[in-house]
Design a binder for this molecule. Structure first.
Ligand code: FES
Length: 337
């Protein structure tokens, strides 16, 4: 991929861009602050992990649920609570496309333009919606209603072409249905997704992704859980398999440990761990030489190749640099975030 950083080709194909984080004084002045309540919620998230730093991803979603993107304040919030540098938080936040660098509109509309959706009209859908909104990739309509983005495969190829709104699926779209969907969003309506929970908004779903409920009302929680989960294209495969008598091959996971019988002579494989026995089974049951080679490669008796040994500095992996004035910071990255 040779597209220049920030070019249309780069953003259209990879979804990534090199734009800096939005930090204009006007924008920052309008952001809802991160409060003690959010710190308490962050503590609740951190408590779910053996090591607090593992909570970074949901905490970034928490920040987005309050401020609509990963703001400079949000980067500092995560860094302070997790004992990380701002550079470390920024490195994660700028790697994943679900973390936004500019304030997001009330809804995030993602149009899949990856292979299968593209050949069935995904690019035409994107172009039509883009023209209606007057914005391009990663930009927000002037009324703040919708942020539009190109998306890579949304893992719903059997429903192509697919559009998601706040990560809820609108399947088998065409230009007209997608334009109507976006027009309804701009009027403040919330059309029902084809599958999944009822639509809320970007900040609500960000709270859900942080692992916190976005609904105060128990009925809304139930509706979200009970939303339709599988559609006709997915179920058709199951039906065809049943008609043809096809079944999935048995799982070759580790067998449950049985207590040794003192009257039985130890058989082949005795003395092996459950993991080793499972690996032997996987090698023996491989159908092709390639599958056999792959299974053998993951056998626990095969030594780790050089360079893949666990870090020797301790169980925590990469050490967090010391904090304090001038200690362990990467100023060039910190300026960016
Ligand atoms: S290509 Fe669009 S969902 Fe897979």
């Amino acid at each position: 991929m040779s597209a220049l950083p920030g070019s249309f080709e780069g953003t259209a194909v990879t979804g990534l861009d090199s734009s800096p984080v939005e930090s204009s004084p006007e924008t920052l002045a309008q952001l809802p602050p991160l409060t003690a309540q959010h710190e308490a919620e962050a503590a609740q998230i951190m408590a779910r992990y053996p090591q607090a730093r593992s909570a970074l991803l949901p905490m970034l979603h928490l920040v987005q649920s309050v401020q609509g993107y990963v703001s400079p304040e949000g980067v500092g919030f995560c860094a302070r609570l997790l004992g990380l540098t701002k550079a470390e938080v920024g490195a994660v936040a700028t790697f994943y496309t679900m973390y936004k660098r500019h304030p997001t509109g009330r809804h995030l509309v993602s149009v899949c333009t990856n292979t299968l959706c593209a050949v069935l009209g995904g690019q035409r859908i994107y172009d039509a919606v883009s023209a209606d909104l007057g914005v391009g990739h990663d930009q927000t309509a002037p009324d703040g209603s919708v942020t539009l983005e190109h998306a890579e495969c949304l893992a719903a190829c059997d429903y192509a072409p697919v559009v998601t709104v706040d990560y809820e699926f609108y399947d088998q779209q065409d230009v007209q249905s997608a334009r109507e969907l976006v027009a309804a969003l701009r009027r403040g309506e919330k059309p029902a997704p084809t599958r999944g929970a009822p639509l809320t908004d970007f900040r609500g779903i960000s709270r859900q992704l942080a692992g916190l409920s976005q609904h105060a009302d128990p009925a809304a929680v139930r509706a979200a859980v009970d939303g339709p989960s599988a559609g006709e294209p997915t179920l058709r495969g199951v039906r065809l398999a049943a008609e043809r008598g096809e079944t999935a091959p048995p799982m070759t996971g580790p067998a449950p440990e049985a207590a040794p019988d003192p009257d039985v002579t130890p058989a082949a494989g005795a003395g092996q761990s459950a993991e080793e026995r499972a690996a032997d089974t996987a090698v023996a049951s491989a159908d092709t030489p390639a599958e056999r080679a792959g299974a053998a490669q993951h056998h626990p008796d095969v030594p780790e190749p050089a360079g893949r040994q666990p870090a020797e500095r301790g169980a925590e992996g990469t050490d967090t640099p010391p904090t304090g004035p001038g200690a362990g910071t990467n100023n060039s990255v910190e300026r960016e975030v």
